[in-house]
Design a protein around this ligand. Structure first.
Ligand code: CTP
Ligand code: MG
Length: 222
């Protein structure tokens, strides 16, 4: 039988969802009567290998989240100004040796992806979901195309991402010291360690709610 890791999950919900244009944190947006946060929470509450949930929230949502979720999750902790700072805060509370980090703004979770990430942790200390590009990709100045790139050299990165806790703590420490901010956690592993990062196949449905135009798609897949 394949070895399976027990893990803690850091569930990120401490943003404000500025790009969504909503006047509240986008992770509370409801689809079919359930908030985006609830979709992720339900998955990890029911995931046998997930032994600890650390929910990261911002100051303005804290009291509401504590009222709603205290009985369901192990820890509710305050995040920081950036996603990276939110992960850093949460890492102080992780008790397992292995940790997954997930954007609660991605409500659909494919269990096969989580299984594959856990499987990757047998041989790797860091793993991410990656998706091949279907469209062409170019470098641009924001207005004009500067160079069309080789599509097969690039991938789209999704969460969850999976790590050995000690590695993630160390690269976050070095990034903070350096003033480096990445858009995800594997970028810190790449920048501040020699550890290889396994890419496992993501799922197009694990889409992130960023702007309102993402909602039509999410409503269909959920
Ligand atoms: N996040 C967080 N702490 C922050 C910023 C983001 O925990 N300081 C979380 C968000 O709640 C989200 C995930 O990180 O689940 C991915 O970030 P993003 O999609 O950028 O969400 P927001 O930062 O909330 O949105 P925006 O950038 O449009 O303001
Ligand atoms: Mg953001």
């Amino acid at each position: 039988m394949k070895k399976r890791m027990k893990f803690s999950i850091i569930l990120l919900a401490a943003g404000t969802g500025k790009r969504s244009g909503l006047n509240y944190n986008k992770i509370f947006y409801k689809i079919h009567g359930k908030s985006l946060l609830d979709y992720s929470l339900d998955y990890f509450i029911n995931c046998e290998d997930c032994v600890e949930i650390i929910l990261v929230v911002n100051k303005s949502d804290e009291s509401l989240v504590k009222k709603m979720y205290s009985s369901m999750v192990g820890k509710i902790v305050l995040g920081g100004l950036t996603r990276q700072e939110s992960v850093q805060q949460a890492l102080k509370h992780v008790k397992e040796e292995y940790v997954l980090v997930h954007d609660s703004a991605r409500p659909f979770i494919n269990g096969r992806c989580v299984d594959d990430l856990l499987g990757a942790l047998v041989d790797y200390d860091a793993a991410t979901l990656g998706m091949q590009l279907k469209d062409s990709i170019c470098k641009t100045d924001g207005n004009r195309l500067e160079k069309t790139l080789n599509r097969s050299d690039y991938m789209l990165i999704q969460t969850p991402q999976a790590f050995k806790k000690s590695l993630l703590i160390e690269v976050h420490r070095l990034a903070k010291k350096d003033g480096f901010t990445g858009t995800d956690d594997t970028s810190l592993v790449k920048q501040y360690s020699d550890q290889p990062i396994k890419i496992v196949k993501g799922d197009v449905r694990m889409h992130k709610f960023t702007t309102l135009s993402d909602l039509d798609y999410l409503k269909v897949i959920l």
